[in-house]
Design a protein around this ligand. Structure first.
Ligand code: SF4
Length: 274
């Protein structure tokens, strides 16, 4: 029997829904999961924007963001995820440029000097339909007098049919604030840096759906931990799974996709079956 986690976060719930076996490798076995470059760029951009939005409004300029990036860079360079990328000088320059594009991408969406930021990196902890939930909200804003939950995304805006999962994640933050007894947010936003804002009205029905889906995931997590059986859900994402070497179903999926010409050559695990 595997130990039940103390809580679910939006990302751990989404990971379990995607593939329970991968979830087990990460959250039960705690196997190391190296962050790819895109994830580390996202972490750095988030950190700079967090500091920027903690400043008084008149200081939230691109020049100030550049100064913050320079100030925070030594910590990034010393970070083990960054070190693990093993970048040479040219690749490190490309990393910094990608980071800056993500940071400056906030101005493509809004002028942060005009935003009333209530809180950054707000921790929320609540029971949602009896599920222990824990999350950290990138930003809580007040826009036109109403509370708004905002989450930065440095990756590519997903296609329409893949957006529900992302919206569900930010809706859980709104549900957690509500459950904590705070003011219920009126909107939840996903800020796809440099691209566009996905802005969703928070309604009682959406909150109920988000809580219901989380409860379904928690039930699946509980059953899997009790039985110690974690279903493998092979699919195209096996090509990006850092645990594919420990997963016979995933390796089989790679072989099948390779034979059918359906394994993207840029998938990190493609080399295993080339
Ligand atoms: S390789 Fe595929 S099936 Fe196996 S754990 Fe990873 S995502 Fe799941």
């Amino acid at each position: 029997m595997a130990e039940l986690p103390k809580h679910l976060s939006p990302s751990s719930a989404s990971a379990f829904d995607g593939c329970p076996r991968r979830w087990k490798f990460k959250y039960v076995d705690r196997l190391p999961e190296p962050s790819g470059q895109a994830a580390v760029v996202g972490t750095f951009a988030h950190t700079v924007l967090e500091h920027l939005c903690g400043l008084p409004t008149h200081l939230r300029t691109q020049d100030q963001a550049k100064a913050l990036a320079r100030q925070l860079w030594p910590d990034m360079e010393a970070d083990e995820d960054y070190q693990a990328l093993e970048l040479d000088d040219e690749a490190a320059r490309a990393f910094r440029w990608q980071s800056w594009l993500a940071i400056a991408g906030l101005w493509d969406l809004e002028d942060p000097a005009t935003v009333e930021v209530v809180e950054t990196e707000q921790k929320v902890k609540a029971q949602l339909d009896d599920v222990p939930f824990l999350g950290i909200i990138d930003r809580v804003d007040r826009i036109e007098g109403k509370l708004v939950v905002s989450d930065y995304k440095s990756g590519t805006l997903p296609g329409v049919r893949f957006r529900d999962d992302k919206i569900q994640q930010v809706m859980l933050y709104a549900a957690a604030l509500d459950a904590q007894g705070d003011e219920q947010p009126e909107r939840a936003r996903l800020l796809y840096l440099g691209q566009r804002i996905l802005d969703v009205i928070v309604t009682d029905r959406r909150l109920e759906e988000a809580r219901g889906q989380l409860a379904g995931t928690w039930s699946g997590v509980t059953s899997a931990c009790e039985s110690d059986e974690f279903e493998a859900k092979p699919g195209v994402l096996c090509g990006w799974c850092p645990f594919v070497n420990q997963c016979p179903e995933g390796l089989g999926e790679l072989v099948r996709r390779q034979a059918a010409g359906k394994l993207p050559s840029h998938a990190p695990a493609a080399a295993l079956v080339a």
